[in-house]
Design a protein. Structure first.
Length: 514
């Protein structure tokens, strides 16, 4: 039988969303958790929390907050077994869970964990519950191994999400749900227009930052041909996460932080675009689209590839060491997103990476960059209202999604998302696809990407789309791909262990003549 979600029981949660940052570290973490349960995202409350603290307290606060969020539902279920009577006050539940994390997951001495957590309860005016908080934490402190085992036994997700993952990934279910409770590794994307991956890895080594080189190979069968396109992408995985300020030449744009599976998007659509040009020798102007582009991670990667002679024969084609006229005289890259504040972050990222319009001109690349704040369910690239015109040679659609594939990095998602969001998100994705598809030229490619691990947003979404569009052909990924799991359409990456990338889904569509 399908279960409904348990925690959070926010019937007693005060509607205030103003985050008051005073009191002890634990008090501030508890208030931050209450704000998240009130609907605020982790990314909006993390900086106010950390900025309110002395440097010496930031690490502990960060670990306490993130670990509590990652173990939230498991702790909540454990708590239900520890109290004689149901505990309904959300502030009390939150305070106890913060205490439990210290005892079970962080190496905080028992007496400090219990005393400081009880003091925190007094500070946030829950003195009436201090006896209960004290009793529960003492009980757990007597036998932490037993309670840790109990807490770790099952998933730490809301029941609706665990149920759906069981439906979608029965074989991988245990690994996947345990994987989602862990922290995610940090990956880097080296800007190959500036330096090579090998050289940058050496530079990191010199700065005592150890990394593994991750080589991702992709292959897909070219439509109307027996040929296969293969490409390889290199990412660096840090052995230990570090502040970006410690990364050599970060401010100068030599490197970006980007998950290894997110680094597949730009190379795949770029390779598909090159293939399209190869087919159509008369192309002189290309118009390509990054729909849903903010904050610009994949957009910047695409521009880096366009800028890099190694990856981009768009401007420089060498044959037998002789420079041959470039096949493409101009590329217009349009990027859209419907959230103005997030678009500001595109400008910041391009600025740091020296990929703004003036930088592209200085590099003598005939690339026109256009950034537009618009709703992708309605926006028309040709500018004509309500009339779709096929103007794009390639479209990267990094679609809005439930972001269930990045829960390790944003553990607040499991608290903030509700079951009904999946259906709503799938409708939004279908609307965006429906609006963009007619704007793709015949022979063009659309790469559909999500960071969701739910089939409804991924393979099922694609199946539904193709069944309604006779001119949409799913391009088959080949066995060369050393990432993801083959789906009816596309491939799905799952975050199943401490070294894997995030839960991305990829499907490449080709537009055939109707
Ligand atoms: C997965 S994020 C994109 C991440 C980005 N491609 C990157 O690599 O940095 C999805 C984006 O879709 C945008 N979005 C959501 N609904 C939209 C809509 N109707 N039209 C345009 N953009 C939308 C969100 O603002 C968000 O920035």
């Amino acid at each position: 039988m399908r279960q409904t979600t348990t925690a959070p029981r926010n019937n007693k949660l005060k509607p205030s969303s103003n985050l008051i940052m005073n009191g002890s570290v634990r008090v501030r973490v508890i208030r931050t958790l209450l704000a998240i349960q009130n609907g605020q995202s982790l990314s909006s409350v993390l900086d106010p929390l950390l900025n309110s603290l002395h440097d010496g307290d930031k690490g502990f606060a960060h670990a306490l907050l993130l670990t509590t969020l990652r173990q939230w539902y498991a702790l909540s279920r454990l708590l239900d077994t520890l109290a004689d009577n149901p505990i309904d006050e959300v502030e009390v539940r939150t305070t106890i869970q913060v205490g439990l994390v210290q005892l079970l997951y962080l190496e905080v001495a028992d007496h400090a964990a219990i005393h400081e957590t009880v003091e925190a309860a007094k500070e946030i005016e829950f003195a009436h519950a201090t006896g209960l908080i004290n009793a529960i934490l003492r009980k757990v402190a007597k036998n932490p191994n037993k309670f840790r085992k109990k807490c770790n036994k099952n998933h730490s997700l809301p029941n609706w999400l665990a149920y759906q993952l069981k439906q979608d990934w029965s074989e991988q279910y245990n690994e996947l749900t345990q994987g989602l409770r862990q922290s995610a590794p940090m990956f880097l994307r080296v800007n190959t227009a500036v330096t090579s991956v090998d050289d940058y890895q050496q530079e990191l080594y010199g700065a005592e930052i150890d990394t593994d080189l991750v080589e991702l190979t992709s292959g897909f069968n070219l439509p109307h041909s027996s040929d296969t396109a293969t490409l390889s992408t290199q990412a660096l995985r840090l052995h230990q996460s570090t502040a970006v300020s410690a990364l050599p030449q970060f401010a100068e744009g030599a490197v970006s932080v980007q998950d290894m599976h997110a680094q597949l998007a730009a190379p795949i659509i770029h390779k598909a675009l090159i293939n399209k040009i190869g087919k159509d020798k008369n192309v002189t102007d290309l118009h390509i689209l990054d729909a849903c582009a903010a904050p610009g991670g994949k957009l910047a990667h695409w521009l880096e590839l366009i800028n890099s002679a190694e990856h981009s024969p768009l401007f420089h084609v060498k044959q037998d060491n002789a420079e041959v006229t470039a096949p493409t005289s101009k590329i217009k890259l349009t990027a859209i997103d419907n959230e103005a504040p997030r678009i500001e972050r595109i400008y910041d990222n391009l600025d740091r990476l020296n990929l703004k319009q003036e930088n592209l001109e200085q590099a003598e690349k005939n690339v026109e960059l256009e950034i537009v704040c618009a709703d992708a369910t309605r926006w028309q690239g040709a500018g004509k209202k309500d009339t779709s015109e096929a103007v794009f040679d390639a479209i990267l659609l990094d679609s809005p999604c439930t972001a269930t594939g990045v829960i390790r990095r944003h553990p607040d998602i499991s608290i903030l998302r509700a079951e009904e969001d999946v259906e709503q998100t799938a409708v939004l994705q279908a609307d965006i696809l429906h609006n963009l598809w007619p704007q793709l030229k015949v022979g063009g490619y659309l790469l559909y990407v999500t960071c969701s691990i739910l089939k409804q947003e991924n393979a099922l979404q694609m199946q539904d789309f193709i069944s309604h569009h006779d001119d949409a052909v799913a391009v088959e990924f080949t066995e060369d791909c050393n990432w993801g799991i083959a789906q009816t359409i596309g491939r799905q990456c799952l975050p199943i262990d401490g070294i894997s990338g995030d839960g991305f889904y990829y499907a490449l569509l080709h537009k055939a003549a109707e």
